[in-house]
Design a protein around this ligand. Sequence first.
Ligand SMILES: Cc1cc2nc3c(=O)[nH]c(=O)nc-3n(C[C@H](O)[C@H](O)[C@H](O)COP(=O)(O)OP(=O)(O)OC[C@H]3O[C@@H](n4cnc5c(N)ncnc54)[C@H](O)[C@@H]3O)c2cc1C
Length: 382
Amino acid sequence: MDFSWTDEQLAFRKSVIRFAKQELTHDMIEHDRDEQFSWDAWKKCAQFGIQGLPVPVEYGGGGADILTTACGLEALGYGCRDNGLIFSINAHMWTTEIPFMMFGTEEQKKRYLPKLASGEFVGIHAITEPTSGSDAFSMKARAVRKGDRYVINGSKTFITNAPIADVMIIFANVDPTGNQAGITGFILEKGAPGFTISKKLHKMGLRTSPMAELALVDCEVPVENVLGKEGSGVSIFTTSMEWERIAILAGHLGAMQRLLEICVKYATERKQFGQAIGKFPAIGEKIAEMDIRLETARLVLYKAAWLKSQGKHALREAAISKAYVSEACIQTCLDAIQIHGGYGYMTEFEIERELRDAISGKIYSGTTEIQKSIIARLHGIE
Ligand SMILES: Cc1cc2nc3c(=O)[nH]c(=O)nc-3n(C[C@H](O)[C@H](O)[C@H](O)COP(=O)(O)OP(=O)(O)OC[C@H]3O[C@@H](n4cnc5c(N)ncnc54)[C@H](O)[C@@H]3O)c2cc1C
């Protein structure tokens, strides 16, 4: 068992941290308050090669495996405090680039992957509906074939990047009875007739990552805009979710490292009762627990990423990682606030935002309860 990074991966990690610290995360309090997505930061990340990391070189990407991509995202999470930006990049990568890479026709790959990799296009996927979240395949959106087109009707909610998206993968069912075998991914571009952003949504955290509801009213899509083939929607979704659940929280590892370092510094400098608060066993224990959690989170996430990079199935490991890392990050944010006392609760200290951002991790990409039910099912418990 070899737990070491290669020299190239270490150099890459360092360069991402340097880039992120220098170029990103300015004025975070204002950006968070005003729900401001930073186009400047998006473009800088794209120029650096972040958005294109998992995309093959032939389509303009970096050709990195999932392990190296996760390593880069951890570094980004460490160097950059804009968790919303990192979340938008993750949504773009795992739910748009990966489906195009794995299921797109050669023409679709050539048309979209270079623009997604360069950040010129922002991508989204839309499966969740007002009445179907965890039970995503019970969607009501329907697509009816009429000659050389499909006509889609339905609505989608909680869609990350929707207000700024150029290309969308929309899931709808071609089977009028709702049989899962009819679920299909359709490619839509901004401005498609019958497609509208029906409502912008406002969130507790990740406020710099835009989100909206979508409406599809007699939305016409040419047959060549089916992603892969008709009926492959379930496969597209489960494949992209496996990638996403492994890597979407890599940025959390970086944030947990950053918070640990901030807390160690504060516990050393802050004095009460004539001594540094870090000398109180209760505070030292919290610091130790933050580190234990970080180390464990790294192990489960990178084990899942390693399995995937070896071409093996990582369904169980992805679910374990998603459930564990998201909850670990929340606890670390709570500990960081507690260590900072009243200051930790103040916006100015920028820790309360970390907590608000982290809480979403146990909801998106399949809730913690759903991850646990996947793990239980793999043990034969239905
Ligand atoms: C920040 C954020 C970004 C998102 N981005 C996107 C996106 O880009 N595209 C997209 O399509 N969707 C997106 N979503 C939607 C997300 O995938 C859903 O919110 C999530 O799957 C849960 O669905 P729901 O909100 O309808 O909750 P529900 O499914 O209604 O669940 C409510 C509660 O019941 C529990 N529950 C449900 N079923 C079970 C079960 N079988 N066993 C045990 N407990 C259960 C859940 O765990 C939860 O606690 C996003 C959500 C968030 C918060």
